[in-house]
Ligand binder design. Sequence first.
Ligand code: 6PG
Length: 232
Amino acid sequence: MSLHRWAYDDAASATAGCATFIAEKLDEAIRLRGRANFAISGGSSPKPLFRELAKTGMDWEKIHLFWVDERCVPPGHPDSNYTMAEEFLIRPAKAPPSNVFRVLAELEPRDAAAHYVDVLQEELGDSPEFDVIHHGMGQDAHTASLFPGEPLIRDRTQLAAAVYVTKLKSWRVTLCPKVLLAARFTVIFAPGQDKIPVLNQVLEGARDPMKLPIQLLLEKRGETYWFMEAAV
Ligand code: 6PG
């Protein structure tokens, strides 16, 4: 596994660098394979990244968009990752609706997860290999909807699953490690001075993915790129 750690002077530079990198890798996939499969995360830090991505002039006719995870709320709900992506990426980029594969989060969680697994298998086969997977990282080192102590962190068979996040008292649907670890390029976008201590612990400290879930990605054989801010 080759791990690349890029620390920038400020959030704006980290955002621009990450957007440029993702655009390059998606363009490469389109050149090599005629299409790019891209999975995105939610939360708040992706908003400026998605805004930049929408401006990179990528060929969205050839990019198929999926989610790393989704909160079990209907589209339009303020917590919906799909709705956030619609505002900051899909609409500005004019991505064709037929290329957007959202989680049907308005369904019961397990039904939403089962449907999403069907979509992943239809579109990408039984062992999905995304060209780029974009991750965020929480202050507790969670990524996707894999929070500390979550048994799914050890799962290597399921493609996606419904997960109840105790600390948030809410259901989510998340991609599972089998898919997360198979990405050709993994991008972790974790700007903010507040995330530097956790990033240092994740990248330099003892390895315990059950405690620091994003350390799961250190098992990857493929390329992993960490975009962050330098400590001021
Ligand atoms: C979600 C995300 C989640 C996110 C982290 C970090 O649905 O919330 O997929 O894994 O990446 O919570 O969120 P921020 O980037 O907003 O800090």
